[in-house]
Design a protein around this ligand. Structure first.
Ligand code: UDP
Ligand code: MG
Length: 335
């Protein structure tokens, strides 16, 4: 295969109910762009028949389809990195597999790339998610704007386009836990945003629980900013200063105005102060743990994922017998 102009990278995790609809809309939308393209699906260890459907699709359109099958679930962003490491297009577009990002909007992103931008973020015009998801992401957006240099109107939108240079940088980053749109942004020289439509999930359900969303946002803040750590030391310093001043005042009054003694003893409540400080220390320990944990992950330098098979022209396909039963399908051999 000659290198195509455009690579589409799509992470897939338990998307069996929605994949047929995705294939039916994605390929015609890409054909309509009149650019050479490849679609790279990364199956992130789905437990349903997603891998089988992807194999089937590969055999239907082997000229433009490539499939990476992880052997376990490593997360959406790791799946995207795997796609980035293999894609060959000059313009790379990421997309969700659940049709929440309409494939018909890809042309808009590419037009902005043609206009000279190296990073195009999608901004969802109307967001078809639950109210708490929208509220949570609004406040996380605000927090990120304050604590990092990353400017994105809609950090949750995965319909984005990147230049080859940016994708190479992301692929070369040996970071373990990362948030691709933010990491890519740090390499961008001329970023822009375009409005895109957003639809309700075509089928299946969201793969993110509230806890995972909190983790993801924690990664985003601690991954790109030291502000939490610095805020903590600022806070600690302020508290110590106040405590010191209070202590001096109490000492002076005790020495010179003995009759004030009782009133000031009430303010100088050691138990409350102790609890307060213990809480602060624990909070600080947790924060330090967060950074130490990242260092720990980094120094281990584990491979971020392991691949069971890659389906593309010229590659050796795994014999069906070695695939788990769910992935085995009777398929036509690629011509
Ligand atoms: N995804 C993945 N691995 C995961 C979780 C999600 O590859 O561990 C994929 C999923 O198949 C979809 C995309 O990431 O293509 C976004 O997931 P989802 O739609 O569940 O997230 P939401 O839209 O609810 O934020
Ligand atoms: Mg979704």
């Amino acid at each position: 295969m000659a290198a195509p102009q455009v690579s589409i990278v799509i992470p897939v995790y338990n998307e069996e109910p929605g994949l047929p609809a995705l294939f039916a809309r994605l390929y015609p939308a890409l054909d309509a762009l009149h650019r050479s393209y490849e679609v790279i699906f990364v199956n992130d260890g789905s437990r349903d028949r997603s891998a089988a459907l992807l194999r089937e699709q590969f055999h239907q359109r082997p000229d433009v389809t490539r499939v990476v099958l992880f052997n376990a679930n490593y997360g959406q962003h790791t799946a995207i990195v795997a796609g980035f490491e293999r894609c060959r297009g000059e313009q790379i577009v990421t997309l969700d597999a659940d049709l929440q990002n309409p494939p018909e909007e890809i042309g808009k992103l590419l037009a902005a790339m043609d206009a000279g931008h190296d990073y195009v973020g999608g901004v969802r015009r109307t967001r078809e998610d639950s109210w708490w998801r929208r509220a949570a992401s609004r406040s996380m957006n605000r927090l990120r704007e304050r604590t990092t240099h990353i400017r994105m109107t809609d950090q949750g939108c995965m319909l984005r386009a990147y230049s080859r240079e940016i994708v190479d940088c992301v692929a070369a980053s040996r970071e373990v836990s990362t948030y691709i749109p933010a990491l890519a942004y740090t390499f961008a020289s001329k970023p822009t945003e375009v409005e895109v439509a957003h639809e309700e999930r075509a089928a299946g359900e969201s793969k993110y629980s509230l806890y995972q969303l909190i983790r993801l946002n924690f990664d985003l803040i601690t991954g790109f900013s030291l502000v939490p750590l610095q805020l903590f030391s600022m806070f600690g310093m302020a508290v110590s200063a106040v405590a010191l001043v209070l202590y001096v005042i109490v000492m002076i009054y005790r020495l010179f105005f003995a009759e004030w003694h009782g009133a000031l003893n009430a303010i100088w409540d050691r138990d409350i102060l102790a609890f307060f400080l213990i809480g602060m220390v624990l909070f600080g320990l947790g924060l330090i743990g967060e950074y130490v944990g990242r260092i720990y992950q980094q120094v281990r330098e584990r491979p971020r994922y392991s691949i069971r098979a890659v389906l593309e022209r010229g590659e050796q396909d795994l014999p069906d017998a070695r695939m788990p039963a769910t992935d085995r399908v009777p398929v036509r051999r690629a011509p």
